[in-house]
Design a protein around this ligand. Structure first.
Ligand code: FE2
Length: 183
């Protein structure tokens, strides 16, 4: 599967621009994590890019969310490792996260929301001037972007990253695609 094929499938299945941006942000973080950990950047990036492709199709039905996504990405030619990571990023299925890819996707997913929210409260609403230490401060404010699950983000420890490094890497990777994110 090429990245263009993945994007075409996203265009066909996802209308909400913010959801597409979330998937692009997750891709950026996953690529940076793969680079940092010496893993396959393309495989990890495409897993992040496609992980929520079924959100609109499943219309909030959490029992099907990520099962359908795994099927769709399998049809696109995703590896078993990719479909497994997509499948188990939805905790509802109670499928253990086994591989580094599974664990990376799980902790990268909520980090995007925290970083986007931290950018949006800045006067310029831009990612460019945002510093990792501000994101860390926001991380500690429980009521700030409460939907960005802190416990889940902290599971970066399972792939060998300290929280501060994970936030820095996530922020830098999203700053690299700020234009695509409209931030
Ligand atoms: Fe997600």
């Amino acid at each position: 599967m090429t990245r263009d094929e993945a994007l075409d499938s996203i265009k066909a299945n996802v209308e909400n621009a913010n959801l597409v941006k979330h998937m692009l942000a997750t891709e950026a973080i996953m690529r940076a994590l793969a680079k940092r950990l010496g893993e396959d950047e393309e495989e990890w990036g495409l897993t992040g890019l496609l992980h929520d492709i079924d959100v609109e199709l499943t219309e909030g039905d959490m029992d099907s969310h990520s099962k359908l996504g795994a099927d769709l990405t399998r049809e696109l030619g995703a590896s078993d490792a990719m479909t497994h990571a997509i499948l188990c990023h939805n905790e509802m299925h109670d499928i253990p996260r086994e591989t580094k890819l599974d664990k990376a996707l799980f902790c990268a997913d909520p980090l995007t929301g925290l970083i986007i929210a931290a950018a949006l409260v800045r006067p310029d609403k831009k990612l460019a001037g945002l510093e990792a230490k501000s994101v860390m401060k926001r991380f500690k404010e429980k009521s700030f972007a409460a939907g960005a699950n802190r416990e889940q983000i902290s599971l970066c420890s399972q792939i060998g990253l300290e929280l501060a490094e994970f936030i820095q890497l996530g922020l830098e990777s999203m700053q690299g695609i700020a234009e695509d994110l409209g931030l």
